[in-house]
Design a binder for this molecule. Structure first.
Ligand code: PLP
Length: 420
């Protein structure tokens, strides 16, 4: 035990990102000793509280309706530009996407719908009527796919993924073909933490003549992405997980430049029109990625996202990934030493190259009811999350999680498992 504490302390002392932890509003949750859910909802930054306050007073309160246009001498420009400007920043800091291909708007679910429809409609025009997807993708993705399939008469071709791992290149190769319009998966599996080989899978989907759409909700701000270099067609993801944008923060969508003006999303709103204030008859899609915007963008919700992205810009995604691998490695090591003797199993891949930012353990032969254990942990100030049927997910957000927190969390879990 003393050795583990010394290890955690040494890792924290050697952590080049440790200073970023102090930028968070840690004091706001004094009862939480280990927050291991930053992959579900990131913590707020102190600067976010200030930025929201400033926005209300000076931007919204001070500029009123004039805030929408960029012609006032305010450094942030007009709010009309925020979906694309913030999209560019997310693209640069987290996605490996050159400017002009990313927007921030709506929720992940809604953006996913828009992009699936755009890709499916394109496929149908080419006589392709199948969408390849997998059974362990996040529920919202699966549900939206069911809806679009019903709406457009598509067939969903389900890959049965191992919930303890994730979708593999071999599975995708076997599933795609001349009828495939679109293949869509999560890059990091929300349950197991498995990191898919996005580059190779993208290539395999392209070899079949189809488009690929990645859900990056559990990757953005945790795992470096190279959407442009990998040739990805479409992507969506959350900003309230590793990007710390706050509950319900608007999501991002990426549409590769070569598809602009070729793929069309179906929610044709006035804000995606070529000239929103023309107010004329007939929809004319706006240029480039602006067509992905539908209605009035959630400006207030973007204020915290800007702060979160600014922090990531300073820290650098590669440094974040380095710490992430140390955090998940430490969690796996602790689980092996403290939990495995009681029958608890590590689900997350042990190969660091196949691992995202969280570690999942399942109750295995320990006899512990992990739903109940999670409730007790929360009551004790240790906050991971439970995932059916028998998993506890330790979310490790490199900018806000310390190695000491990981140790505290696993030790608390061990105590409950032992007494179960
Ligand atoms: C968290 C998450 C979502 C959430 O979608 P919302 O529209 O924000 O509720 C979607 N997909 C994946 C893979 C997620 O992890």
């Amino acid at each position: 035990m003393a050795d583990w504490a010394a290890r955690a302390a040494a890792l924290d002392a050697a952590d080049p990102l440790a200073g970023h932890r102090d930028e968070f509003l840690l004091d706001a949750a004094p009862a939480v000793s280990a927050y291991l859910d930053g992959n579900s909802l990131g913590r707020p930054l102190k600067a976010t509280a200030d930025a929201v306050d400033r926005f209300v007073h000076h931007e919204w309160g001070g500029r009123l309706i004039q805030g929408w246009s960029g012609d006032t001498h305010v450094p942030d420009g007009g709010w009309m530009d925020w979906p694309l400007d913030l999209g560019d920043r997310v693209g640069h800091a987290a996605l490996g996407a050159a400017a002009g291909q990313t927007v921030v708007a709506d929720s992940t679910t809604v953006l996913f719908y828009k992009l699936v429809r755009a890709a499916a409609d394109h496929g149908l025009r080419e006589g392709r009527d199948e969408v390849v997807c997998d059974t362990d993708n996040f529920p919202t993705d699966r549900f939206v796919l069911e809806g679009v399939a019903a709406e457009r008469g598509l067939t969903l071709r389900w890959i049965e993924t191992d919930p303890a791992a994730g979708v593999t290149l071999e599975q995708v190769r076997a599933a795609v073909g001349p009828r495939t319009a679109l293949a869509t998966f999560s890059h990091v599996a929300y349950r197991s933490g498995h990191l898919a080989d996005a580059q190779a899978i993208t290539r395999a989907v392209h070899d079949a003549g189809a488009l690929v759409l990645w859900d990056l909700s559990h990757s953005a701000g945790s795992v470096p992405l190279e959407l442009d270099a990998w040739g990805v067609d479409l992507a969506v993801g959350c900003t309230y997980k590793y990007l710390n944008g706050g509950p319900g923060a608007p999501a991002f969508a990426y549409l590769a430049a070569r598809h602009h003006g070729v793929l069309h999303q179906p929610v044709q709103g006035w804000m995606g029109h070529a000239d929103p204030f023309d107010m004329g008859q007939g929809y004319q899609p706006g240029p480039g990625v602006r067509q992905l915007v539908s209605g009035t963008p959630p400006i207030l919700g973007m204020v915290p996202v800007r702060v979160g992205v600014e922090q990531l810009e300073r820290a650098g995604i590669h440094a974040v990934r380095e710490k992430s691998l140390l955090l998940t490695g430490f969690a796996v090591e602790l689980a092996d030493a403290l939990l495995a003797p009681h029958g608890v199993e590590v689900v997350t891949p042990r190969d660091p190259a196949s691992r995202g930012g969280h570690v999942t353990v399942r109750s295995g032969s320990s006899g512990a009811d992990f739903r109940d254990v999670t409730q007790r942990l929360w009551a004790d100030g240790v906050v991971p999350d439970f995932r059916t049927p028998d998993g506890i997910r330790l979310g490790l957000a490199p900018l806000s999680t310390s190695f000491g927190e990981v140790l505290d969390g696993v030790v608390a879990l061990e105590r409950l498992v032992r007494s179960a």
